[in-house]
Design a protein around this ligand. Structure first.
Ligand code: FAD
Ligand code: NAP
Length: 531
């Protein structure tokens, strides 16, 4: 017997919890189904040392409740994973969310039938009229697929499957494969603990300093005095960050002015450094100015000149791969007990019993950490088998890359909604803000359908095709496609090379959503039945 609810929400991260709170508040019976054994999504899984947010804590937090934001006290500008998880636990308790969350319940198959969804899981079947896929952008970790792992006698870890109880790396010989955001956060912390650290790098990264610091009472009070305004400004900003928007081109100022501006921005903006000028991701010459600046900054941190050809990012625009925000990453290579292996020159060929074999030698390691990222954006949506209205699966519908209308729905999959997924600002934004925007919008849409007596909400194929064309057109006008990145589907061999998030910006996207509502939910149909 299936358990019946109005809405099944898949995933208990920031998105699933927000969906539960909002939809329950509007009178829907909601069940959240979560594969993991704990609540928190990304912040439950990614417990590696050094994990923290790269959007300021005051902004990387829920904005829906003025009391919640006033009462929570962040201790650091960029909170650590344990602190973010404590915040999530606080939210769960404050809004009594746990009673509708079903842990260890992985959704394996979903079939649209009789105007609703049959949801098969590892722990029983559910029946719901609507499904909200809050499955995350970065929730399917990816291993580097090195041969011989079974014969390796040491420990293998992935940053996104870090053991709850932690790992003592004191005195260990550790290897870290991957230098994205996770690797760059992990490396300086591991270097402090390990006897020796080997970093296996494929693509050097443009990393920006986090300039983390404790939040003192004065700073906290200053944010809280204008928190509502700050949130509203973020909702109307390009990326959902609370930085003043720079409307100048990098090319319309003198080199001296530009330098001064970069010098001011560098120590204070973190991820927002990307917004130093309006055209950094639009114009190659503008991007060159910032890329040169970042390379110069990196070079100034590294005391071993022989490492610079390996550590300095070249050949792709700054920002076209998501830049990490680090705390002492490059300086770590100045240590004598830290070694860099550039796998472009010296590939890792596989595991041995004692460590990793490269094209040149065996490197003995007690622990190998995969910081190799995720099957990003589409991975979690394509893992379960999702069968839509006409028996078509989502895998079939997305064979040439993800297709959505507004990033919210897929044609042929009625009553299924995506949160901060492909075709929306998602990972190009403060994701938490984008999550909240989507959840509110979906809740309004369900209410609008109910008010019309409609039980089925779907998008037209024409609206979807128009949106896909718009997403591609906007991306083509930027420098993003010029790097190999997970934005472009380069994270997994064989994935279609399609730009996945929407580059139109948080504010621009918000205006589009508002226009769709004003036009009587243009592109959506609301009917009594799917037929
Ligand atoms: P998740 O937190 O990924 O939650 C999805 C949940 O769905 C997971 O718990 C997963 O187990 C579950 N799930 C997936 N498939 C199934 C299934 N079939 N059945 C049942 N359950 C399933 N973004 C920012 O804007 N700023 C940051 O500073 C930032 N830092 C990050 C740091 C790390 C280490 C990572 C990995 C990501 C970070 N992100 C950041 C992006 C992050 O993805 C979002 O900010 C946000 O946490 C996503 O929340 P979510 O609820 O959408 O997804
Ligand atoms: P990622 O950015 O995809 O980085 C993965 C790294 O592993 C890259 O350096 C990649 O090299 C390397 N790699 C992958 N396969 C490899 C292989 N077979 N051999 C050698 N190297 C390999 O993943 P991530 O670092 O986990 O970050 C993912 C996203 O999560 C971030 O962009 C960000 O959105 C979010 N995140 C945020 C924070 C934060 O600061 N708050 C922290 C962690 C994660 P290539 O570049 O050559 O592919």
């Amino acid at each position: 017997m299936a358990t019946e609810v109005d809405v099944v929400v898949v995933g208990a991260g920031f998105a699933g919890l927000r969906a539960l709170h909002t939809l329950r508040g509007r009178g829907y019976r909601v069940a959240v189904l979560e594969a993991g054994d704990g609540i928190g999504g990304v912040w439950h899984w990614n417990r590696y040392p050094g994990a923290r947010c790269d959007v300021r804590s005051h902004d990387y937090s829920y904005g829906f409740d003025p009391d919640l934001e006033q009462e929570w006290r962040w201790t650091e500008r960029y909170a650590t994973q344990p602190e973010i998880l404590r915040y999530i636990d606080h939210v769960v308790e404050r809004f009594d969310l746990a009673r509708d969350v079903h842990l260890r319940t992985r959704v394996t198959r979903m079939v649209f039938a009789d105007d609703g969804w049959d949801v098969e899981t590892s722990a029983g079947t559910w029946r719901a009229r609507f499904v909200v896929m809050a499955t995350g952008q970065l929730s399917i970790p990816k291993d580097p697929e090195l041969p011989g792992q079974d014969r390796y006698r040491g420990t293998v870890l992935h940053t996104a499957r870090w053991p709850r109880e932690g790992v003592d790396l004191t005195g260990q010989r550790v290897g870290v494969i991957g230098t994205g955001s996770s690797g760059t956060q992990l490396v300086p912390v591991v270097a402090e603990q390990a006897a020796h650290l080997t970093v296996f790098q494929r693509t050097p990264n443009f990393s920006i300093p986090a300039t983390n610091a404790p939040v003192d009472d004065e700073e906290d009070a200053a944010v809280k005095a204008v928190y509502r305004e700050r949130r509203e400004a973020a909702r109307n900003s390009p990326t959902g960050l609370s930085f003043p928007v720079v409307r100048q081109s990098a090319l319309e100022v003198t080199p001296e002015e530009r330098r001064r501006h970069y010098d001011e921005q560098w120590p204070t903006t973190g991820f927002g450094f990307l917004l130093s000028y309006r055209d950094l991701m639009l114009d190659e010459r503008a991007n060159d100015t910032v890329a040169d600046y970042v390379r110069e900054r990196i070079a100034a941190k590294v005391t071993k000149p022989e490492l610079l050809p390996h550590l300095l990012p070249q050949g792709y625009p700054f920002g076209a791969k998501r830049p990490p925000v680090d705390s002492g990453y490059f300086e770590t290579f100045n240590r004598d007990d830290v070694e860099l292996v550039d796998v472009r020159d010296t590939p890792v060929t596989g595991f041995t019993e004692r460590g990793l074999q490269t094209a040149e030698r065996e490197i003995e390691l007690d622990v190998v950490v995969f910081a190799t990222g995720f099957d990003a954006m589409t991975g979690a949506l394509l893992k379960p088998e999702i069968v839509g209205r006409d028996g078509q699966t989502l895998r079939e519908a997305w064979a040439a890359g993800p297709r959505t209308y507004l990033g919210l729905q897929v044609a042929g999959f009625p009553n299924m909604f995506l949160v901060a997924g492909p075709g929306s600002p998602s990972l190009l934004s403060n994701v938490l803000l984008s999550i909240e925007q989507h959840v509110d919008w979906i809740a309004d849409l369900l209410d609008a359908a109910a008010a019309r007596g409609a039980g089925v909400v779907q998008v037209t194929p024409e609206a979807e095709s128009g949106w896909v064309a718009h997403v591609n057109e906007r991306a083509e006008a930027t420098l993003y496609p010029r790097a190999r990145s997970y934005y472009m589907g380069d994270d997994v061999p064989g994935k279609p090379r399609v730009f996945t998030p929407y580059v139109g910006g948080v504010r621009g996207y918000k205006r589009i959503l508002e226009r769709v509502v004003a036009d009587d939910y243009d592109g959506f149909t609301m009917t009594a039945s799917a037929r």
